[in-house]
Design a protein around this ligand. Structure first.
Ligand code: SF4
Ligand code: SF4
Length: 384
């Protein structure tokens, strides 16, 4: 089969982040030190070689960049300062754009105007929806004598319906992109024979790695795993509470501090804040290899997350203190940051790696078991 080469591929990749792969002379030290590389997945050296050769179509089918946790060990060791860890990160952005059929992922990763523009437009629409088009207006006769009545001001039934529509839309984009990932990385390889039982048996990989991110523990710096996990768990819990269970979470009744509604909210806020402090500190200080090159999409994500968290904390304080006007305005600001963050980041930008990576691990295990069977069959035929 003819192998198509795109000599301009490195220039395409440059749009997703600055890389130094031309410096690489293929010594292989990076793959030797990588705690996640093995006999089947020889990264980062192999995908870097494919990049240097302009094998664009081959890169589209590779899972290796998703198996990298960006611990930075390979970049620390590289004798040519080619920063292979950063190249894996850039490849993940590129691959996200390959899977995304809408083309928005590519726009958001390669143009800050597109990403910021989309966030601003959605944020303005939400602001208008909750204020100008809100039949109650912003500040009503509900205040101040009536106390804080969030559910009368912003009817929970309506907001909940909107949240479910958003959830279905986001899930639709994300799932269709994951199906395309499956097509590129598994189905396109006609030589791979994966049985249905393999899909079922290996499915546990998806659950385990989404919930625990346990492969991070193989990296030298364990605290990165801890902070990444706590941020992810806080974020996921907040997503479940707001988008999935708003009627339970948004109540006008203020429960005692030990009520599950408040405890879960506090855990989520704690996880988000702790993770954010770690990532902001790391990206500003740039002491660790993994924080040396921050792409704009990295900043946009953590800044949006910070605004959402801080506005959520203020909202909670104003509500508890019985300050209706401050509560209603903060509610609008909170939603105007939260909604665009979910709509842009989850299916098309930084957040999507939390979904792609466990699927990549799942697919990689499927591939590995299929290749092992094939190798055993070849060996058997050779010796018989
Ligand atoms: S260690 Fe550096 S020079 Fe050696 S193969 Fe890896 S990226 Fe290339
Ligand atoms: S950054 Fe870490 S996990 Fe990623 S390729 Fe390098 S050594 Fe492996």
């Amino acid at each position: 089969m003819a192998i198509r080469v795109n000599p301009g591929f490195i220039d395409v990749l440059d749009k997703f982040g600055r890389e130094n792969i031309q410096l690489c002379y293929q010594c292989g030290d990076c793959s030797a030190v990588c705690p996640h590389a093995d006999e089947f997945y020889k990264f980062p050296r192999k995908p870097i070689r494919q990049l240097q050769m302009g094998l664009e179509k081959k890169i589209e089918t590779t899972l290796e960049p998703w198996l990298c946790y960006y611990c930075g060990d390979c970049s620390d060791l590289c004798p040519r300062n080619a920063d292979p860890g950063a190249t894996m990160m850039i490849l993940r952005r590129y691959l996200s754009s390959v899977y995304d059929w809408t083309g928005l992922s590519r726009k958001f990763y390669t143009s800050y105007k597109w990403e910021l523009g989309a966030i601003t437009i959605i944020g303005l629409m939400i602001t208008l929806l909750f204020s100008v088009f809100n039949p109650n207006g912003i500040v009503t006769s509900l205040t101040p004598e009536g106390g804080v009545k969030v559910n009368e001001m912003f009817p929970v039934e309506t907001v909940n319906t909107g949240a479910h529509i958003m959830l279905i839309t986001i899930a639709g984009f994300l799932i269709s992109n994951i199906i395309r990932m499956w097509y590129f990385t598994i189905l396109k390889d006609k030589t791979l024979k994966i049985s249905f039982s393999s899909y079922v048996i290996q499915f546990r990989q998806l659950i385990i790695h989404f919930a625990t991110q346990v492969r991070f523990s193989k990296c030298k710096d364990k605290k990165y795993w801890g902070f990444h996990w706590i941020l992810m768990s806080g974020y996921t819990l907040m997503f479940i509470l707001i988008v999935g269970n708003l009627k339970w979470f948004q109540t006008d009744k203020i429960y005692l501090w030990y009520h599950p509604q408040r405890l879960l909210g506090y855990y989520s806020t704690f996880g988000l804040l702790l993770g954010l402090v770690y990532f902001f500190y790391g990206r500003i200080k740039k002491a660790d290899q993994i924080f040396k090159l921050s792409h704009l999409s990295d900043w946009i994500f953590i800044v949006l997350l910070l605004f959402t968290t801080v506005s959520g904390i203020l909202l909670h304080i104003f509500r508890i203190e019985g300050m209706p006007v401050a509560t209603y305005y903060t509610y609008i600001i909170h939603m105007a940051v939260l909604v665009p963050m979910l709509c842009v980041e989850v299916p098309f930008s930084k957040w999507s790696h939390l979904a792609y990576r466990p699927f990549a691990i799942y697919f990689s295990e499927l591939k590995k078991s299929a290749l092992s069977i094939r190798n055993r069959e070849k060996l058997f035929l050779k010796h018989n």
